[in-house]
Design a protein around this ligand. Structure first.
Ligand code: ADP
Ligand code: MG
Length: 381
């Protein structure tokens, strides 16, 4: 991919260009915790968007997408482009200009190997790659945290997705052999070692996206807010689930609907589980960490109720398979991928078994995606 992009740049624009990469991400544990101002534990992966880019001393940018085989010209001073993939690039440049930067026109060829829409955040990889590249070629001086915010605001303001900052943060801050414990309240972070010798991460894509996802997401957010409102009547310092302990929740349990209690209970447990999981990783205890992944899945399935038959089916097989340390649904729920931590020697038989049994039951075959934790945004020299 890297050489292909550079060659394509030379062919189209007749010159050498600098090459940058920024990866997709997985989240090992910490689901539905971000908007409750808790913790998440993402890591950058070995699949990225690559951008070859060079200033062109012109009024318009020329951008070629390898994967869509389409070249466009955009005027950064002009209106919002129609195509979504162009909006990410236009949006990043505009968010930089909003923060006082001058962004002259450029030529660019980009493409990548982050599967689109599989929950690996190809969009954050694209924003982060373009943001990182522009920052370097024009010496704009933004730090990585600001670049992550630029990517997040691009999604909000130019694409219409009101996402959190985890994906861009992971894409920019990732480090080989580490996952990132990100505090969604303060944006403080710590690198946690993740280097499971003899084991690897594999994603199994359920190939479904149930239409419930966005309406149920909003309902969960409201339920969490309702739980916070109940407790904060008694303890004003509680402004999010992050501030609530299990004791507080249990004390005022009778004042809330049972379903609200369960939602809050899940989030409080999940934050604790994540912190305990980090301790396990620091001690190299991947078996214990895997148990936490299974426990997260149980919480998401029974208490938070955002799983579905397809995801539960895969996790049940994982649980019954010797050598799978842990597995859980990843992402908002109602479809998407299951992430599993699997012993090398059983990887193939596990994937085959899931694919066969799943196909028999649901009539379609999950694709498998192997991922290795890798580095965040960087220049390729
Ligand atoms: P994801 O979960 O992968 O982030 P999104 O729907 O948020 O899914 O983002 C996918 C969008 O990002 C695509 O529709 C496209 O506009 C853009 N995109 C991602 N990867 C590429 C790529 N390799 N080439 C062009 N556009 C891409
Ligand atoms: Mg996305």
């Amino acid at each position: 991919m890297k050489t292909k992009i550079q060659e394509e740049f030379k062919r189209r624009f007749g010159d050498e260009a600098r090459l940058f990469a920024s990866p997709g991400r997985v989240n090992l544990i910490g689901e539905h915790t971000d908007y409750n101002l808790g913790f998440v534990l993402p890591g950058a992966i070995d699949k990225a968007i690559y951008v070859a880019i060079k200033p062109n001393n012109d009024k318009v940018c020329r951008i070629y997408s390898i994967d869509y085989d389409t070249q466009v010209e955009i005027d950064l001073a002009g209106p919002l482009p129609k195509a979504q993939w162009v909006r990410y690039i236009y949006g990043v440049a505009h968010e930089m200009m909003k923060r006082g930067a001058t962004v002259p026109a450029f030529d660019c060829v980009f493409g990548g190997d982050v599967p689109l829409g599989a929950g690996l955040s190809s969009s954050a990889a694209l924003e982060s790659a373009v943001g990182f590249a522009l920052n370097e070629i024009y010496g704009l001086g933004f730090d990585r945290k600001t670049l992550a915010q630029i990517g997040q605001m691009t999604e909000h303001n130019y694409v219409g997705v009101r996402c959190g900052i985890m994906d861009q943060f992971a894409s920019l801050f990732g480090q080989k052999g580490h996952v990132i414990r990100l505090d969604c309240r303060s944006l403080d972070y710590a690198m946690v070692p993740f280097d499971p010798t003899g084991y690897r991460l594999v994603l199994l894509d359920s190939m479904v996206k149930h239409s419930l996802a966005s309406s149920e997401y909003n309902i969960r957010r409201t339920q969490c807010e309702t739980g916070v409102a109940v407790v904060s009547r008694h303890i004003p310092a509680v402004v999010s689930l992050r501030d609530m302990t299990q004791d507080m929740l249990d004390t005022y349990k009778d004042e809330m609907e049972e379903v609200v209690y369960r939602r809050c209970n899940y989030v409080i447990n999940e934050n604790e589980r994540l912190l305990d999981g980090c301790t396990a990783l620091a001690q190299g205890d991947y078996a214990l960490f895997g148990k936490k992944m299974f426990a997260t899945h149980d919480g998401l399935s029974h208490d938070y109720e955002v799983s579905c038959a397809e995801l539960d089916f895969i996790v049940d097989i994982a649980r019954a398979t010797d050598g799978v340390l842990g597995a859980r649904m990843m992402g908002g729920g109602f479809g998407g991928c299951v992430i599993s931590l699997v012993r090398d020697t059983i990887h193939d038989s596990y994937v085959n078994e899931v694919q066969e049994k799943f196909t028999q039951k649901f009539g379609k075959t999950p694709r498998s995606i192997d991922v290795v934790i890798g580095d965040g945004a960087h220049e390729i020299k």
